[in-house]
Ligand binder design. Structure first.
Ligand code: M6R
Length: 613
């Protein structure tokens, strides 16, 4: 939520910042702004809307040359999206400018205090309060800006990643973080700062992940990091492995489509080096030191949000089927406030694409405080969740830029499948021959996903028919129940059509009342242990004249005779079906959203990385 970029070095700062903001736009696109410092002083330019609108606004100015600058793309928390609430914000004297990603929870108290001292506020944001609070400390204590920031950070409650420019130190950026991500790119005589590495990768692959409660003072050729207790730290410089093309559209109209099509590769990448069916080798590196805890856990608790929570539901079926350990799947936002019963025998798995989701992070901290072992399944390398957990495995899906999660979902399920099989085998719950069968089948999944992608033309035709529907129902059972939830979420978040996912058998307990000839119902009815039951549910919908779109196993003839449309996917083991059956649902949502003229990569009101609770 909110993307921040900053630069100090020899280059023109503005193009670096604008390009960076475009890469970070997935984090929020309510407004965008930059602050630049040159002979004319410290100037802020900001605009409601996307970075392209800021660019158009900047075209009307001359003399924007500057070797230092900060930029922000906003997902509104305090105050509506408009020019005034856009970042950066000036301090009262306009000597400092600040960008902020996060939420200051005690901003109202600070604001009242400052107002009593005569400070005037122009925006409704907590961030304007934050920078004015820093300036107030700076004035009252007659100290350096760095010291003022340090003192302020002891007083603010909440989450932040901030970068500040100071007219009196025209070559210096001051940055700090707690709870919101901040990456420093280390170049030759230049530094980059950003909410993630995507704006940086083009210039350098050397990065430092700033830790919570650290303050960095950055000059063209000098970087110093201290804790807020004023203790100098010696940061580790990481080498990024990300390639530039991974964060570009590569000829596709949208990132979402590109990411859907990347799934055969991303699933294979996730399994690469971990699975070798011919030798029976299955290694989940992150588990090595915790296998004992995992095997002997009395309970597995999975916590996540959104699509990652759906991947957690699939994992519940996987772990219970293969490892016979009871599993609970928890919305992180509920779990963190529920005073859950937890102890050191619980194994908690936190799933997150971004690795920054505030609720998931808080759930991890809670579980840690109760002594549980926490294992992270994250996509973004070096992310906060990846660093907050005891151990973990990366999904290796590569950067996911489209706000709607697609390849991250299948990569999460892939890692969780590997974990479930490993655990089941180690616990003696899967016989050797069956284990080998499963490993061999798992290796075929990327190829089968490739075949599912060939259904695209058929899905375009179905999308054309239903693009104006006002509601959709998605129904599935067993492993396909979470797929139904995911299909509905994909459709609603990018096309703004109301969609609900349900376990197919629950339909008769309420949703069936919605069914008439206007209602498209998507069944995920692959040949599995609940197939016959789902077929009965299809009959029930047909009897009420609902329109039936069914995802079935290749060669199915029963459903063909009942459904208005059948989408045939390759057959596989029941436990691996979600990896394939979700693909046509992703494509259907994508095409419907495009046909309705929606911005599929940046749906309204959403942000990719939800760093507020
Ligand atoms: O980064 P995370 O996986 O923790 O994010 C969780 C959700 O915000 C995310 O999955 C969201 O539901 C997606 N936009 C769904 O497509």
């Amino acid at each position: 939520m909110c993307g921040i970029v900053a630069y100090v070095g020899q280059k023109e700062a503005l193009p670096v910042i604008i390009k960076g903001l475009k890469r970070l736009e997935y984090r929020g696109y309510d407004s965008a702004g930059v602050a630049l410092l040159n002979e004319s002083g410290l100037s802020i330019y900001k605009k409601k809307g996307k970075v392209s609108e800021l660019e158009a606004h900047l075209d009307t100015f001359s003399s924007l040359n500057s070797k230092i600058g900060i930029g922000h793309t906003r997902w509104a928390t305090h105050g509506e999206p408009n020019d005034v609430n856009a970042h950066p914000h000036y301090s009262a004297s306009e000597k400092f400018a600040m960008i902020h990603n996060g939420i200051i929870e005690n901003y109202e108290v600070l604001k009242t205090d400052l107002q009593n001292k005569g400070y005037v506020f122009h925006s409704e944001t907590d961030s304007e309060v934050f920078i004015k609070f820093i300036e107030d400390i700076h004035r009252n204590n007659d100290c350096s800006l760095e010291e003022a920031v340090r003192l302020a950070l002891h007083k603010v409650v909440g989450a932040y990643a901030i970068v500040i420019m100071n007219i009196e130190e025209p070559d210096t950026l001051i940055a700090a973080r707690k709870g919101s991500p901040l990456v420093i790119g280390v170049g030759e005589d230049e530094y980059f700062l950003a909410s993630d590495a995507t704006p940086i990768i083009e210039y350098t692959n050397k990065v430092i992940y700033l830790d919570d409660y650290e303050i960095a003072v950055i000059r063209q050729n000098q970087l110093q990091i201290k804790t807020i207790e004023n203790v100098e730290t010696h940061p580790y410089i990481n080498q990024l492995e990300m390639e530039l093309e991974a964060i570009e559209k590569g000829g596709y109209d949208h990132f979402m489509l590109k990411e859907i099509y990347e799934q055969p590769r991303s699933i294979a990448d996730c399994m690469r080096g971990r699975l070798d069916a011919s030798s029976g080798r299955l290694v989940v590196g992150g588990l090595r030191d915790y296998m004992n805890k995992f095997q002997n856990a009395q309970r597995i608790i999975i916590t996540a949000c959104g699509t990652s929570w759906h991947a957690g539901l699939v994992a519940e079926y996987l772990f219970e089927e293969f490892a016979r350990i009871p599993v609970e799947v928890e919305y992180a936002s509920e779990f963190r406030y529920r005073n859950p019963v937890l102890n050191e025998n619980d194994f908690v798995i936190a799933i997150s694409q971004s690795g920054e989701t505030a609720d998931t992070l808080a759930a991890i901290e809670l579980a840690k405080s109760k002594g549980a072992t926490i294992f992270g399944v994250c996509n973004v390398v070096g992310s906060s969740i990846a660093r907050a957990t005891h151990a973990g495995s990366y999904t290796h899906a590569g950067p996911e830029i489209g706000v709607a999660s697609t390849k991250a979902f299948t990569a999460q399920i892939s890692v969780l499948t590997l974990m479930a099989l490993k655990l089941g085998y180690q616990r003696g719950m899967i016989a050797e021959t069956r284990y080998m069968e499963l490993l061999h089948e798992l290796e075929t999944i990327p190829g089968k996903v490739e075949r599912a992608l060939q259904l695209n033309e058929q899905l375009i035709k179905i999308a054309e028919i239903y693009k104006d529907a006002r509601n959709f129902l998605y129904l599935g059972r067993g492993y396909n129940f979470p797929v139904a939830l995911e299909g509905a979420l994909k459709l609603k978040e990018i096309s703004y059509i109301h969609a609900e996912g349900y376990p197919a058998a629950e339909m008769k307990h309420g949703p069936i009342a919605l069914i008439d000839e206007e209602m498209p119902v998507v069944f995920i009815a692959t040949k599995d242990s609940s197939y016959e039951k789902v077929v009965s549910n299809i009959q029930e919908v047909k009897a009420r004249k609902g329109k039936i779109i069914a995802v079935v196993t290749e060669g199915d003839t029963t459903v063909k005779n009942m459904a208005d449309h059948v989408i045939e996917v390759p057959s596989t083991e029941e436990a691996f079906v979600p990896l394939i059956s979700v693909v046509p649902l992703q494509l259907l949502s994508y095409h419907i959203a495009v046909m309705r003229g929606c911005n599929v990569d940046q749906p309204r009101n959403l942000a990719k990385s939800v760093t507020v609770e």
